[in-house]
Design a binder for this molecule. Structure first.
Ligand code: MEV
Length: 322
């Protein structure tokens, strides 16, 4: 029986979150924690999903009703990706999809975008359809917009292309950035953030103080572009300072929290060159960079401040057929 296995990396936002939703740049890196997914033939004319990590043992939907009616949120990205695929490529074969993530969805590593990219890539492989990265990005981004309504698509780009990317809203720019390995520490705050809620919170602030928020987005964009140059030169000192400044703007936008700030300050006091929240804010993870000599102290400081250090490597490869 035909069985396809694919994997796609999770991501970490390096700089530029929130501004990237509103026509600006960000820097994102793919991490070596991957979403793995297998897709096999299913003799029935249905989509079957098994995703034990989110409590889905057996979910089944007839092809005729896929994408319609009630869709549990744990399978929404998979079902909508399958639906868009069968509509786009006019195929009607039933499949069974099983997910095997290497990371918990609570970290904010982009499990929804990684799973969406995996489903589309596995389906094209299964049906022997050639798909380039741009088409894969465009399809997966449509799915994300359909399910969650908002988002820049940076997480989809990381899952498709891998590496470290300069990204502009909706993938108008997706540019690989080469550097030495980032000396990165990641600390989980213990709180799961809801991206859409935080995007709305920033939009509400923008409605009230549009000039201030717009100029903040522009300032964030400027520091992202400088950080890109620093990254290419492996100039961690400049990169770290720009991370710290970006954190200041995220405070202004109201998306940091006491817990994130305490992990960020603990990292800085332990010698981090730069530390900031990563992603939507409100919880999820913070990131820090430091010299090799300080990394151990930064790890300990984050743990002592109540964070969970998650060992990751940056610039992981994009979606791959295993
Ligand atoms: C969320 O991880 C990052 C945001 O910029 C949303 C997005 O870019 O889709 C807040």
């Amino acid at each position: 029986m035909k069985k396809i296995t694919v994997s796609a990396p999770g991501k970490l936002m390096l700089l530029g979150e929130h501004a990237v939703v509103h026509n600006h740049h960000c820097l994102v890196t793919a991490v070596n924690k991957r979403m793995k997914l297998s897709l096999e033939e299913n003799a029935k004319s249905s989509l079957i999903v098994q995703a034990n990590e989110v409590g889905i043992d057996h979910y089944e939907k007839n092809i005729q009703t896929v994408g319609k009616g009630d869709i549990p949120k744990q399978v929404a990205f998979i079902e909508q990706a399958f639906n868009l695929f069968i509509e786009t490529y006019k195929v009607e074969k039933g499949v069974k999809i099983t997910t095997h993530p290497e990371f918990s969805s609570k970290f904010g590593f982009g499990s929804s975008s990684a799973v969406t990219v995996c489903v589309l890539k596995a389906l094209t492989e299964f049906h022997s359809i050639n798909i380039d990265n741009r088409t894969l990005f465009d399809l997966a981004y449509k799915v994300v917009l359909k399910v969650q309504g908002k988002g820049s698509g940076f997480d989809i780009a990381a899952a498709v292309y891998g590496g470290t990317l300069l990204f502009y809203t909706a993938g108008k720019i997706i540019e690989p950035i080469l550097s030495d390995p980032l000396p990165l520490v990641v600390g989980y705050s213990g709180i799961k953030a809801d991206t859409v809620t935080l995007i709305k919170k920033v939009s509400a602030l923008s409605n009230q103080y549009s000039d201030v928020v717009e100029s903040t987005y522009e300032s964030i964009d400027k520091l992202v572009m400088q950080a890109k140059d620093a990254l290419i030169k492996n100039d961690w000192s400049t990169f770290g300072q720009l991370m710290n400044m970006n954190q200041g703007y995220l405070e202004l936008l109201g998306v940091s929290t006491g817990k994130l700030s305490s992990l960020i300050y603990a990292a800085r006091e332990a010698g981090a060159i730069g530390a900031k929240l990563s992603g939507a804010g409100g919880g999820d993870c913070m990131i820090a960079i430091g010299s090799v000599q300080t990394l151990k102290n930064i790890n300990t400081a984050i743990t002592n401040a109540g964070g969970e250090v998650i060992p990751v490597e940056a610039s992981a490869p994009g979606v791959t057929i295993e």
